[in-house]
Design a protein around this ligand. Sequence first.
Ligand SMILES: Nc1ncnc2c1ncn2[C@@H]1O[C@H](COP(=O)(O)OP(=O)(O)O)[C@@H](O)[C@H]1O
Ligand SMILES: [Mg+2]
Length: 252
Amino acid sequence: MNTAIQIENLCFAYGEKTALTAINMDIPAHQVTALIGPSGCGKSTLLRCINRINDRIKGAKITGGSLKIHGIDVMREDIDLLELRRLVGMVFQKYNPFAMSIFENVAYSSRIAGIKDKKALAEIVEKSLRDAALWDDVKDRLKQSAFGLSGGQQQRLCIARAIANQPEILLMDEPCAALDPLATLKIEELIHQLKSRYTIVIVTHNMAQASRCSDKTAFMYLGKLVEFDDTRKIFENPGESKTEAYITGSFG
Ligand SMILES: Nc1ncnc2c1ncn2[C@@H]1O[C@H](COP(=O)(O)OP(=O)(O)O)[C@@H](O)[C@H]1O
Ligand SMILES: [Mg+2]
């Protein structure tokens, strides 16, 4: 197994409040890893450690352990955060296109990176939209506002924007929570298509979704990692009674 993200004894706190305790996980490259567990157990916190966007929260800090991407410790002081966030794309629960055209949403990061050539930009935009299974829906309205798209389309636009940067890792924090079942299914199909090229880590509340679209599942509870294994194992024959209770809906 090729490990993309290596997490060792990771501890994290918001001020005095401990949010993660000694998390150990080897997240495989080019697979989908699902993080599940009841609300407040630390899923988003763990996800946000991977691209260090927790840094923006005052008083939030890693209190121990390490998190490495392809062997490089991302907690180092001298890490280039812009480069880290290019390497690690992220999609949120509430889809959040920028208040600009469909085209400009996807071209945004390339423009920031200094690409000015119109043809090059158009190619990046088309490729990213195709990869996000959105090209056919939007190719005739690229100049229109992103806000005119349906919710599911806006989320796929956010995925196109994230992959336009050519990241290696894609983080998704409950990406379907605000979508209807059909739009959810489209995102799941897309995740399936993307995983050959990206390492995907997805937080989901939807057990059916975790079992459908992930290869590995991590069950978290009260800031600890209870169990991390092949998704099939977690759902068919979990090793911990707590995991079984959660996936069968006894609590959460
Ligand atoms: N910005 C914050 N400041 C203080 N505590 C926070 C903050 N964000 C999350 N927490 C706390 O950290 C714990 C883990 O939260 P979170 O990672 O959001 O859980 P999940 O995504 O599993 O619902 C919770 O107890 C939550 O209240
Ligand atoms: Mg969360």
